[in-house]
Ligand binder design. Structure first.
Ligand code: NAP
Length: 456
């Protein structure tokens, strides 16, 4: 049945940046008026902005103001505490909505695939990040480090966040919205040196110039770089973009300044790959690394081992080599890529397979874990454009869908205590109030049960 003159109903699954940008783009489709119901498996919205962006990067979290504007649209509704694959299936949503948008992000991490990764003290940066940000799934985790040195593998912006949180002055961190149990645990660690391992050279480092500089600017912390690790050849510089050139320039200046004498240190070691995590009594005791050299192919630089090995003694290893999508029951998934198979946001039944009519995806689960928060806006807009094209072409069957009240009743009948946006505003106010009392930006409620209890 085609009924596109009246209001259409869209479900967006995931309330992180790409979920909100999808909702916003749907509201902008003047030719197709939409009501948008945004679902999240947690009782609270904002996904990666709440649980991924570092607590001392409140300026990045300010993007929430834009999402609040989207949420203020009377045609918007939030259904928190509803998990796709557990509480509802994709087919349930397809039967009840004209369009379904999947913006579920990439919550898992990638493994190095080397010996020793099962040792205690070998941590996923993604989990450490979720833990210090107070994610309910990680509330019972701990990240003990019984050594003055930790190693971070990978030199992307997540590695920068992890290094900063490990080394930053604890009283400074206390003012942020860092989870208080995490902060107490960090206060108890003895880490005074973090060694960052980049498998390629300075000109290929994935961190943003601003992020490495922030490490260099930390009080009481020296950023130590060996001159050989800051160097880049003519060919590398010719292939480098503006940010990569800035990184090389900055690292050369840091290398020239010497290692410094401050009490804490971030030591950047480039052209080095871990080949084994070493243990002692089941706990991490060090990392064996191989020094690399670069080979060039079509302007791209790859690392190859030189057969020269070194050992770094340490008490913890944080692998920070990228996120990976998680398969959701009832949703197509390409396990190799860690993404939902799609073509420009149109979801496919399988990689290279048929388009699933009326189902789209956006964000990291669509394109992989790359880019900044804002990168998700054009990405979501592209997916919504595909949906608009499909609607205009009559390629999506629309109309006759249940109302929002029907959806509420359906969830209630399933015994689900779905939260709404007013519930979130209540929790938001409570967290900020608790924060004010503790002299910090906000004091998060950490457990789902704690959040639901606070709502009464
Ligand atoms: P990323 O930017 O993709 O960096 C991953 C790092 O891991 C790279 O240095 C990569 O080296 C390395 N790596 C990958 N596989 C490896 C292996 N097998 N052995 C050794 N090293 C390996 O990923 P991310 O840091 O997780 O960040 C994800 C996205 O979020 C990025 O787009 C990032 O910019 C963004 N983000 C932004 C901020 C911010 O703006 N403040 C904060 C956090 C995250 P190669 O380059 O050699 O592959």
């Amino acid at each position: 049945m085609s009924n596109i003159a009246s209001t259409l109903r869209a479900a967006v699954v995931g309330s992180g940046p790409s979920g909100f940008y999808s909702a916003e783009a749907l509201f902008r489709l003047t030719e197709f008026p939409f009501e948008v119901d945004v679902f999240d498996r947690l009782p609270v919205p904002y996904g990666l902005v709440r649980y991924g962006v570092a607590p001392d990067h409140q300026n990045i979290k300010a993007v929430i103001k834009t999402y609040e504007k989207t949420a203020a649209n009377p045609k918007f509704a939030f259904f928190g505490n509803v998990e796709l694959g557990r509480d509802v299936t994709l087919d349930d949503l397809r039967a009840r909505y004209d369009l379904v948008f999947l913006a579920t992000g990439c919550a898992a991490d990638r493994h190095l695939g080397i010996a020793g990764e099962d040792l205690a003290g070998n941590y996923a940066a993604t989990e450490f990040v979720a833990w210090y940000n107070g994610h309910p799934d990680y509330r019972d985790r701990s990240f003990p480090i019984e050594h003055s040195r930790a190693v971070v593998v990978g030199v992307g912006n997540v590695a920068m966040d992890v290094t900063r949180i490990l080394l930053k002055n604890r009283d400074e961190l206390a003012k942020s919205d860092i989870d208080e149990h995490a902060l107490a645990a960090l206060r108890a660690t003895a880490v005074s040196e973090v060694v960052l391992l980049g498998r390629r050279g300075a000109a290929q480092a994935a961190f943003a110039p601003k992020e490495i500089k922030e490490i260099g600017d930390l009080a009481d912390v020296d950023l130590a770089v060996d001159p050989a690790d800051a160097a880049a050849s003519e060919a590398e510089l010719a292939a480098a973009d503006v940010d990569a050139k800035k990184n090389v320039e900055y690292l050369l200046a840091r290398a020239a300044a010497g290692p410094g004498t401050r009490p804490k240190r971030a030591r950047l070691k480039m052209l080095a790959s871990p080949v084994e995590v070493l243990g002692n009594n089941g706990r991490v005791a060090g990392v064996r690394i191989e020094r690399n050299r670069l080979i060039e192919k079509n302007g791209q630089f790859a690392a190859v081992g030189t057969g020269v090995f070194e050992t770094i003694e340490c008490g913890a290893v944080f692998r920070s080599i990228g996120y990976h999508g998680i398969a959701i029951p009832s949703v197509p998934f390409d396990a190799k890529l860690g993404r939902i198979p799609n073509h420009n946001g149109r979801v496919l039944a399988a990689s290279g397979g048929q388009v699933l009519q009326g189902v789209y995806c956006a964000g990291w689960i669509k394109r992989g874990p790359t880019g900044l928060v804002g990168t998700n806006k054009p990405d979501a807009q592209e997916s919504v454009r595909m949906a608009a094209e499909d609607l205009a072409a009559g390629a999506v069957t629309t109309g006759g869908k249940p109302s929002r009240d029907d959806i509420r009743a359906w969830l209630q009948a399933k015994g689900i205590r779905a939260t709404n946006f007013a519930d979130w505003k209540k929790l938001d106010a409570l967290e900020q109030e608790r924060g004010r009392a503790a002299g910090k930006v906000r004091r998060k409620l950490v457990g789902t049960d704690e959040m639901l209890k606070a709502l009464g």
